[in-house]
Design a protein around this ligand. Structure first.
Ligand code: GDP
Length: 300
């Protein structure tokens, strides 16, 4: 078991009790430990670098109150900075979905294959129906994998939402527009559009999802990313963030043993709020994202 950050820092600062300020000299070893802790949590290197630079800037010159060791003071700075990067300063509204539009509110799901998009559509449909009393329609624009359309149909039925059927010979943009037309005529409050994902970033996929976005102008464009993705999270997030005006992130598979460094990498590159966390395969396994809890998890 890894030590948590407080214990790690306590080891390197045993000799420094009684110092009145955090200085370049007394924080260098500790910042090295923070850096290691973040890398062990799978935060991508560019995000680690920027984070350490910020912490250093905030910490240097900070007074160490008498009851604390420099290590404890630095842990405080690290925790505050990380929670703030995770979105703690944005307030609880940051994780809310935006419905301020003429119904139906359209939610477009983006992400790699296997990230958890289809499962998350089911979870969102359940949450919106049960907690927000919304009438929800789902549709799959994944014409490349008929099994994916079937999977969405199944999860939609499980949560009691409505499903707009498609056939793999239809074109993704036309599917999205037809579903939108249906949703308008049947007074759905929300239309959730699931999209095709590839195993890696691919230009054709990006063009296709951009075309869907341009055609239906969703109020929410959610990037779904697997918390287990590790260092690659940053490249994937960059590609989707460059291609689409994302409005939020869903971090899935947080029930696994990933320390969650992907959260920091994705926040670093997109600056967009993480709105939800996937915490189980089951369709009730969706939670509002909690920045402080995530910060503590990353720090171990
Ligand atoms: P898609 O290809 O992006 O649509 O991904 P899927 O929704 O098919 O999910 C891929 C796999 O991840 C499936 O086996 C899901 O059950 C699983 N999955 C999705 N979200 C979670 C989660 O939050 N926790 C766990 N443990 N598994 C998840």
């Amino acid at each position: 078991m890894l030590d948590n950050l407080t214990q790690r820092l306590a080891k390197v600062v045993k000799t420094m009790r009684g110092e009145a300020r955090l200085t370049e000299a007394n924080t260098a070893d500790m910042l090295r430990e923070v850096r290691l802790a973040l890398l062990e949590a799978d935060v991508a290197l560019p995000a680690v670098r920027e984070f350490i630079a910020n912490v250093k800037q905030k910490a240097l010159g900070e007074e160490v109150i008498a009851s604390l060791t420099p290590g404890q003071a630095l842990v405080g700075v690290v925790q505050r900075e990380l929670a703030s990067l995770m979105g703690a300063d944005l307030g609880p509204e940051a994780s809310q979905l935006n419905f301020a539009t003429q119904p139906p509110a359209i939610i477009l799901m983006a992400g790699l294959q296997g990230a958890g998009k289809t499962t998350t559509v089911g979870k969102l449909a359940k949450y919106l129906r049960e907690q927000k009393k919304k009438k929800v329609l789902t549709v799959s624009a994944d014409v490349y994998r008929p099994a994916a359309i079937g999977q969405l149909q199944t999860v939609t039925a499980q949560v009691g939402a409505d499903f707009f059927p498609t056939t793999p010979t239809d074109k993704p943009v036309e599917i999205a527009l037809a579903a939108l037309d249906y949703a308008k005529r049947h007074y759905h409050d929300v239309l959730i559009i699931d999209t095709a994902g590839r195993l890696g970033i691919d230009e054709a996929m990006m063009l296709e999802i951009s075309a869907i976005h341009a055609a239906v102008k969703p109020i929410e464009t959610l990037f779904v990313v697997d918390a287990m993705l590790g260092q690659d999270a940053i490249n994937t997030a960059k590609a989707f963030n460059d291609a689409l005006p994302l409005t939020g992130i869903v971090l899935t598979k947080l029930d696994g043993d990933a320390r969650g460094g992907a959260a920091l990498s994705v926040r670093h590159i997109t600056g967009k709020p993480i709105k939800f966390a996937g915490v189980a395969e089951k369709l009730d396994g969706l939670e509002a994202f909690d920045p402080t809890r995530m910060a503590n998890r990353i720090l171990g």
